[in-house]
Design a protein around this ligand. Structure first.
Ligand SMILES: Nc1ncnc2c1ncn2[C@@H]1O[C@H](COP(=O)(O)OP(=O)(O)OP(=O)(O)O)[C@@H](O)[C@H]1O
Length: 273
């Protein structure tokens, strides 16, 4: 069993921002959550983290509705890496990563196993030499990696990541997604970069206006037609190398044309409001 969302909808501020979404990732799979700004990716991750209750439908962990489970029970299985995290408090990188151990701690505080998990997470994210630095003095990318390390220290079975490559340079983007792909856990990752999704995800789910537009392997889903329909961008999609992964090349000159077409069909155009 794993974390499942079945036909979930969520009304926020009177607007349906997640609309009948079903996501049943296979254990150990890495699922990319794709879609334009405001399509409902973060909202779906909120629901799957148990941070909000769906208006209808159900999110279950091992067959039990999230709302019926204790937070600590959920936190032992599911780690969340959100988009924004700030603090002005003077905490070290190691302190932040240690937070990941809270769901596992007994009444008598931390153990050697907790410290081992923290060391391991720091080393996997390349932060071992920064563990004594104050978190607020790190660069945006280093702060982001600290949050990934905190999630790894949690030793979860499921990981929910909301645009984890934000702020990361290309080296660390590739390294981070390769790390998540390697982990023997189920991960759901909201991403904007379609090429990164194609490179690392086993499956992708594409949302638009809160609804699922398509789901399946990146090669099956990320077609030129889908990209034009969902993102209003023209692209060339080709198979890259011999691993069957697709590569997407965006056609900058054709953006106006696609945006123009969508205007004619009545869809809101970002380029020509
Ligand atoms: N706190 C809130 N209250 C009301 N509506 C919200 C709230 N947060 C987000 N929304 C709305 O929910 C819709 C979906 O937003 P969400 O953040 O889930 O999309 P997203 O796909 O993650 O977007 P992005 O790619 O820009 O991060 C948007 O229309 C957004 O304006």
């Amino acid at each position: 069993m794993t974390l499942h969302a079945s036909n979930v909808s969520w009304k926020r501020g009177g607007v349906l921002v997640v609309d009948g979404v079903t996501l049943h990732p296979g254990p150990g799979r890495m699922v990319g959550l794709l879609g334009p700004n405001g399509s409902g990716k973060s909202s779906l991750l909120h629901l799957m983290a148990g941070a909000a209750t769906p208006t209808s439908g159900v999110v279950e962990l091992d067959g039990a509705e999230l709302g019926s489970l204790k937070r600590k029970h959920i936190a032992r299985a599911v780690a969340v890496v959100g988009q924004h995290a700030h603090t002005d408090i003077d905490v070290t990188v190691r302190d932040v990563v240690r937070l990941g151990r809270i769901p596992h701690r007994g009444a008598f505080g931390g153990t050697d196993a907790d410290e081992d998990a923290v060391d391991d997470a720091l080393s996997q994210t390349g932060l071992a030499d920064k563990s004594d630095r104050l978190w607020r003095t790190l660069s945006g990318g280093e702060q982001q990696r600290t949050h990934i390390a905190r999630a790894l220290a949690q030793q979860p079975r499921e990981m929910l990541l909301d645009e984890p490559t934000n702020h990361l340079d290309i080296h660390h983007q590739l390294e981070l997604l390769a790390l998540v792909a390697r982990l023997p856990i189920t991960s759901i990752v909201a991403l904007h970069d379609l090429n990164l999704a194609a490179m690392y995800c086993d499956e992708v789910l594409v949302l638009k206006d809160g609804k699922v537009v398509a789901g399946g392997t990146p090669a099956d889903v990320l077609t030129e037609d889908l990209i034009a329909e969902v993102y209003e961008v023209r692209a060339r999609v080709s198979v890259d190398g011999n691993d069957g992964r697709v590569h997407i090349r965006f056609d900058a000159a054709a953006r106006h044309e696609v945006a123009g077409e969508s205007r004619v069909s009545g869809t809101r155009s970002v380029l020509h409001p």
